[in-house]
Every structure is written in structure tokens, then in C-alpha cells.
Design a binder for this molecule. Structure first.
Ligand SMILES: *Cc1c(COP(=O)(O)O)cnc(C)c1O
Length: 232
């Protein structure tokens, strides 16, 4: 089995190669190390390799880990979020990637206001229309963003998608390409004070294709920390 350091070196080389292929600068892409289900010791190993941006998909786990790790890190909430958990996130998560309904947005607005901050968020879009996935349907994304665009404590930075699980990353290229097009189309409407500039797309199986199609965040878990064990 390879170490976290070796995995990170491999992932980094693949990110660099994808940037080179698509004429992008390496610093346009941020690697989020997805540490869900993994122990704090694994996070510390990644920190020793210079990683500072981590993604978690459960609020409780994020609370536990940030309570234990006092170093200043960038934590991203990437998973489906229940409205009653939002109150824990201001000051703890730097960005919420999974906003896909009005009730959730209203609660983020309320809790951010209460904490005197503006929360950076992404709207999650279900590009492939999979029943098992959360997220807005592409056709409703523009209207949804319009409906939350006047919330003063939410800054909509861009879009996020979770592409289908596949052995062939090329089959997800169309979803990444269309997510970027969707962001550009919504930006043309000029409904936001600042145009969106963030695309969170690409996971272990398909981050290279996602970078070629314009990802600014890739969320890599297994490729860094190895397989997850959900039994524990
Ligand atoms: C778990 C998870 C990832 C990472 O998945 P891997 O295939 O292990 O890289 C990325 N994004 C979200 C939203 C996740 O829940």
C-alpha cells in the first residue's frame, strides 16, 4: 500500500499534467483533500505534505476534527446538508459546496447574519439527473440563484457537481463542460454583484478530465487517503 505522501505526489503530478494539457496555470486549481471517515492522524500526514484545504461531508465529523486540530486550515463542507446543522458552520467551514434548496439557503443566510459574516457557497447541480443524487436540475439552477441572489450574508461563488461513478472518466466530460457553460450563462444575466468564478468538480476517478474542462476545485478522497471503510 502506498503512503499518503506518495499518493499526494501522484495526484499532484496528474493535476499538473492536466493543467499543462489544457493551458491552465497550476494555481487556478485547488486540491481539496477529502478526509471524511479518515482519522485525524491521516489529516496530519497530509498537513505534513503541505495540504491545507480539507473537505468533509458530515457536520458532526467536521466539528470533531476541527475541535482536535487547532492549526488554521481551510475546511470545506462538501456533503448534503440538513437545515438543522447549518448553525454549526459559520466560522468553521470556509465554503459550503452543496446548496440546492431555498430552506437551506435561508438558514445559511440567517446563521451567517447572526455570526456577522458572509458565507461563501456553491450551488450543487445534478448534471446527469441521477435519482440518487442531491442537487438542482440544470434547468432550475438559474431561477434558484436568482431567488437567493439578494441574500446579504451569502456570496454565491459558483457551481458544484458530483458526476456519476464510472470506470471511464471521459464519459463525465460532458457534465463538466456543461456545468461551466451553465455558470457562464448565468453570469451573463448579471444578477449577482460579482460574477461566479468557482467550479467544484472532479473526484478521484475523474479530476483530470474536470481540470481540462475548467474545474477550480477538485475534491479527492480515495486517491489521497485510500479506500474508505464505512463499517466503523
Ligand atoms: C467523498 C466525496 C468526494 C471524494 O470522493 P473520492 O472518489 O474518494 O475522491 C468528493 N466529493 C464529495 C461531495 C464527496 O462526498
Amino acid at each position: 500500500m502506498s503512503t499518503i505522501r506518495e499518493n499526494l505526489e501522484y495526484v499532484e503530478s496528474r493535476i499538473q499534467a492536466a493543467c499543462d494539457r489544457s493551458g491552465r496555470k497550476r494555481d487556478e486549481v485547488t486540491l481539496i483533500a477529502v478526509s471524511k471517515t479518515k482519522p485525524v492522524s491521516d489529516i496530519r500526514e497530509a498537513m505534513d505534505c503541505g495540504i491545507t484545504v480539507f473537505g468533509e461531508n458530515k457536520v458532526q465529523e467536521l466539528k470533531d476534527k476541527t475541535a482536535e486540530i487547532k492549526e488554521p486550515l481551510h475546511w470545506h463542507m462538501i456533503g448534503h446538508l440538513q437545515v438543522n446543522k447549518v448553525k454549526y458552520l459559520p466560522g468553521m467551514a470556509e465554503m459550503i459546496h452543496s446548496v440546492d434548496n431555498l430552506k437551506l439557503a435561508e438558514e445559511i443566510e440567517k446563521q451567517a447574519d447572526r455570526n456577522h459574516l458572509v458565507m461563501d457557497v456553491l450551488c450543487e447541480v445534478n448534471m446527469a439527473g441521477e435519482d440518487t443524487k442531491f442537487g438542482l436540475v440544470p434547468e432550475k439552477t438559474e431561477g434558484f440563484i436568482r431567488s437567493i441572489s439578494n441574500m446579504e450574508h451569502i456570496r454565491i461563488r459558483g457551481l458544484m457537481t458530483i458526476a456519476p461513478y464510472t470506470e471511464n472518466p471521459e464519459s463525465n466530460r460532458v457534465y463538466f463542460r456543461d456545468l461551466k457553460k451553465l455558470m457562464q450563462k448565468i453570469n451573463e444575466e448579471k444578477m449577482l454583484k460579482e460574477p461566479m468564478n468557482t467550479l467544484s468538480m472532479g473526484m478521484t476517478g475523474d479530476y483530470e478530465v474536470a481540470i481540462e474542462e475548467g474545474a477550480t476545485f477538485v475534491r479527492v478522497g480515495t486517491g489521497i487517503f485510500g479506500k474508505r471503510n464505512y463499517q466503523i
